[in-house]
Design a protein around this ligand. Structure first.
Ligand code: CDP
Ligand code: CDP
Length: 218
């Protein structure tokens, strides 16, 4: 059987993780898992149910559609609903809860058991897949990340300005980096990629080359 590896991509908000992870998975015919989407789905569920179900997380059915871009929560397509400002401003708080992390981390580890997974998030290289063969830590300046996010929000018709988005991103990074359990931190062996002045194709090719070198034993 063809050898497969797991690829972990971590970093702060809007560094380019999911865009790149998805493209790499497509090129390598691997499974793409956006763990941020899973934390967003739990957050959406808690908002909708007034935080009643925290002790019944096992009743949540979180599934990705083919290609990993559609997300289903108990059978409902919530791909759009998990990207609202309300979810975004609550997700870091929800993802600091130990029960939520335990539940999602074990689900993520199961998905990656057979290798051939590109997973992006905050704690993949450190906690979820500490044995991943390739670990990337992606960063970019807060200004550039906010500009990237602004373009996306504008395309979705959301009325928000650059300053608000920058504040939001910086605040979320702080919460993610300073939480007690599995904070956002670069794994020692992760390769640091600053994407501030790199195009998407350039980042993608850089990581693909590292993956192929590993697979070919170079
Ligand atoms: O796409 P964006 O950068 O806005 O964020 P995301 O990847 O969708 O993640 C949303 C939030 O989920 C993050 O700000 C973290 O609070 C949390 N998260 C986490 O705690 N651990 C992960 N592995 C992935 C996301
Ligand atoms: O997953 P994460 O929050 O880290 O970021 P993303 O959602 O993949 O990327 C945020 C935006 O930045 C997307 O609209 C990408 O097209 C864009 N991007 C970019 O302009 N240049 C890169 N090198 C990477 C991403």
């Amino acid at each position: 059987m063809k050898k497969k590896i797991n690829i972990a991509i971590d970093g702060p908000a809007a560094a380019g993780k999911s865009t790149i992870a998805k493209r790499i998975a497509e090129r390598m015919d691997y499974i793409y898992i956006d763990t941020g989407a899973m934390y967003r789905a739990v957050t959406l569920h808690l908002i909708r149910h007034d935080r009643q179900i925290l002790n019944q997380l096992e009743d949540l059915d979180i599934r990705f559609g083919a290609g990993g871009t559609t997300l289903y929560l108990n059978g409902e397509d919530v791909t759009e609903d998990i990207r609202t400002q309300e979810v975004t401003s609550n997700v870091s708080e929800v993802s600091s809860l130990s029960g939520v992390r335990r539940y999602l981390v074990s689900m993520q580890q199961k998905i990656a058991e057979d290798k051939g997974v590109v997973m992006d998030g905050r704690d993949i290289g450190t906690t979820v897949l500490p044995d991943a063969e390739l670990k990337i830590f992606m960063k970019a300046s807060p200004e550039i990340r906010a500009k990237r996010r602004l373009k996306e929000e504008e395309a979705r018709g959301v009325d928000i300005d650059l300053e608000t988005l920058t504040d939001q991103i910086v605040r979320r990074d702080e919460l993610d980096m300073n939480r007690e359990i599995s904070p956002l931190v670069k794994a020692d062996e992760a390769v640091l990629l600053d994407t501030s002045h790199m195009g998407i194709a350039e980042v993608e090719d850089t990581i693909i080359k590292m993956a192929l070198d590993l697979l070919e034993g170079n």
